[in-house]
Design a protein around this ligand. Sequence first.
Ligand SMILES: Nc1ncnc2c1ncn2[C@@H]1O[C@H](COP(=O)(O)OP(=O)(O)OP(=O)(O)O)[C@@H](O)[C@H]1O
Ligand SMILES: [Mg+2]
Length: 274
Amino acid sequence: MVQTIETQNLTLSYGDSIIIDELDLEIPKGEITVFIGGNGCGKSTLLRSIARLLKPKSGAVLLEGKAISKMSTKDVAKQMAILPQTPIAPEGLTVLQLVKQGRYPYQTWLKQWTDEDEKQVTNALKATGIEELKDRPVDSLSGGQRQRAWIAMTLAQDTDIVLLDEPTTYLDMTHQIEILDLLFELNEKEQRTIVMVLHDLNLACRYADNIVAIKDQKIYAQGKPEIVINCSLVRNVFGMECEIIMDPLLGTPLCIPYGKGRCILNKAGTMIGS
Ligand SMILES: Nc1ncnc2c1ncn2[C@@H]1O[C@H](COP(=O)(O)OP(=O)(O)OP(=O)(O)O)[C@@H](O)[C@H]1O
Ligand SMILES: [Mg+2]
């Protein structure tokens, strides 16, 4: 298996507080990898450090075998784009201006704006369904529209590796599936490597080739959802009891949490009143 991103003995911290401890992680090239884990376990911290937005306390992140700490910012940005968890746009910036920022790594003094830049921006606006919003200020959009504008910026960067921290946040169900399908197609048709954080375990199981479950500063389990997702993982990683059944559409694991709710079945499992 070819590794595109590798972490070696990676320790991440904020001050004295260790978040990720001596992590050796391999992210396979051309696959979809999804980080899962409870709130505060370090998913965003790890993703940010992979994108070189956070300096490790020790250890290294390697991109195609090269330490990213030794690469130029533009070289990193030509190979990977990141959608952070809570991105903030400057006040008044329009959607089009934001998406154009994705082309920054390709601009030089001599080569300012090309047909390729224009094409990538147009494609990204179209793919995320926000062409009509292009002249609106980002800070005037709804949460879901804003999220799609940021995803468009990330896609306009046209990189082999795309990192996304909870890309489906704020999106309605239709747009969640649309965005995940879009990422799936980028992976399938163009062999892009996708690494994302998802909170919806069922969507994670549906789209991931490779799941990385994080707990107690370490990897609790890694591998195909069919192999790693089970009741014991959900109990140990999320502290929740559940049933795992097979998704009737795709065959991937589907997690049904225990908890309260209206019950319309009797003890025999048939509808009450029928
Ligand atoms: N800038 C920071 N300074 C200090 N502590 C931080 C900082 N950012 C995050 N933390 C802490 O580091 C830990 C990991 O945070 P992180 O954002 O990586 O978690 P996460 O797994 O992405 O959680 P969530 O699912 O809520 O997004 C948390 O305890 C958080 O409070
Ligand atoms: Mg996070």
